[in-house]
Design a protein. Structure first.
Length: 463
């Protein structure tokens, strides 16, 4: 434990929802829910206006709609969130070389390592300046916790929400933690919390009074010792600048179970490509491809294949995932599909896979040459590819679009061959709504507009 509150924890306020409110003037001050927008979707983030109705993260969207039917339900726009996150992380990097990101909207910072704080006054000053800089650069708000340990800094940022700063003075840990519920401590989830409750321990003070031996008896040596130390306010974990990812994966839950084997295969191909995009964005490659299939009865199957070496080749990942799919029975229907890559590395075995691809190409070329030569005088019939009929364009709620006449806007909803768009930008007043045919050639998808310079009213919106 440090003698000064020089560990900072930043948690952006209802991050995804706040970014959507900042980008869409007509939604400011109104309930916004970001997540899967289908009947089986899950809430990723709810704005504070939606939380007043009982909506919260990880809640099924169907339940959220019953609690708050008038909220705006939007698909996530991770390109926007990553862009804002990069701006925030850059500001944190100016404070210290030791920044430990936990997610797009949350991080620890060691202020002492950056030389910007060595006591309570300087730590508070650094935290307030950070909050002001975040608002100026992104238009969003973040809550800051300051303490002598990571555990307490995170607890402090929760107390600071929304848009606040709480500093826990070293020496006051046990007094502060005592009346709090045991679930406030890291690692105490619903099952452990219930186990402790049956043993008569519901608060952090109860855990401290029970003593280390009793917690070891209840929970085992490793966790019992750790939980007792946290209960008395001890947390010696350092801020770690780099948290090495062990895997990269993507998955989708479908509104209606997939029964068509061709559709399932196409979804696996699409997920493979998305996985490789994330892999390349992280500058990594992977050796093991993993396929996850959740069937109609909620049974979940996982299959994996280890390659000869690390790769970030989409063709290789697609083919491996396709082979894994062949070993899974999907006749009853598929509820969820996922593709991941593990065994990450900072290099690829391009020579091995290029050689394999070259061998395949040579065989194909040789076969093609035999056909063209006539193969002993037989007539050669050219194969004319039959183009597939165009798919109906799909517009998702919250999606960025641009119209040739009306400019930038976002999709409010679509159905029955129509799409409704509200035309507005982050710096404009609330815009007008217009409806078009889904295949209107003047309406096209677009990239998110930057939020810089946006004036945000109210509490903001993620954590």
């Amino acid at each position: 434990m440090r003698s000064a509150p020089t560990i900072l924890h930043l948690d952006m306020d209802a991050f995804y929802a706040a970014a959507e409110q900042a980008a869409k003037p007509s939604l400011r001050g109104k309930p916004v829910v970001v997540g899967g927008i289908g009947t089986r979707g899950v809430v990723a983030t709810a704005s504070y206006e939606a939380r007043r109705f009982g909506v919260h993260s990880a809640m099924p969207v169907a339940q959220a709609r019953r609690l708050c039917p008038n909220a705006a339900y939007l698909m996530p726009r991770f390109a926007l969130y990553r862009s804002v996150s990069e701006q925030v992380m850059e500001l944190l990097g100016r404070l210290s070389p030791l920044v430990e990101p936990l997610s797009l909207d949350e991080a620890f910072v060691d202020l002492e390592a950056g030389g910007v704080a060595d006591d309570s006054a300087s730590a508070r000053r650094a935290g307030e300046l950070l909050r002001a800089d975040i608002r100026a650069v992104t238009g969003l708000t973040g809550s800051v916790g300051l303490a002598g340990s990571k555990m307490l800094a995170k607890i402090a940022s929760e107390q600071a929400k929304p848009d606040g700063l709480v500093l826990i003075e070293p020496g006051s840990e046990r007094e502060l933690l005592g009346p709090m519920p045991a679930r406030i401590l890291p690692g105490v989830g619903p099952a452990t919390g219930e186990h402790l409750r049956r043993a008569g321990m519901t608060t952090v003070a109860d855990l401290a009074e029970a003593g280390e031996d009793e917690l070891v008896r209840l929970l085992g040596k490793a966790y019992g010792v750790s939980l007792y130390r946290m209960a008395v306010g001890h947390d010696e974990r350092p801020v770690v600048a780099e948290r090495d990812a062990k895997s990269v994966s993507v998955e989708d839950t479908f509104e209606v179970d997939l029964h068509d084997r061709v559709r399932v295969r196409n979804e696996v191909v699409r997920l493979s490509d998305r996985c490789v995009q994330r892999l390349r964005a992280a500058g990594r490659s992977g050796r093991t491809v993993v396929l996850k299939v959740r069937r109609y009865d909620f049974s979940t199957l996982t299959r994996s294949e280890t390659l000869r070496g690390p790769t970030d080749d989409p063709t290789v990942v697609r083919e491996a995932a396709g082979r894994l799919l062949e070993s899974v029975d999907t006749t009853g229907g598929v509820r969820l599909l996922g593709v991941g890559v593990t065994g990450l590395a900072d290099f690829t075995q391009e020579d091995l896979f290029a050689q394999a691809a070259g061998e395949r190409a040579a065989v194909e070329a040789e076969a093609a040459g035999a056909v063209e030569s006539g193969g002993g005088g037989e007539a050669v019939v050219p194969v004319v590819p039959v183009p597939e009929p165009p798919l109906e364009r799909r517009w998702l709620a919250g999606q960025d679009v641009r119209h040739a006449e009306y400019g930038a806007g976002w999709v409010q909803g679509s159905g029955v061959g129509r799409v409704t768009v509200r035309f507005e930008e982050p710096t404009s007043p609330p815009g007008r709504v217009r409806t078009f045919k889904v295949d209107d050639p003047d309406l096209v998808p677009s990239d998110p507009l930057p939020l810089v310079g946006v004036r945000v009213d109210g509490d903001g919106g993620g954590g």
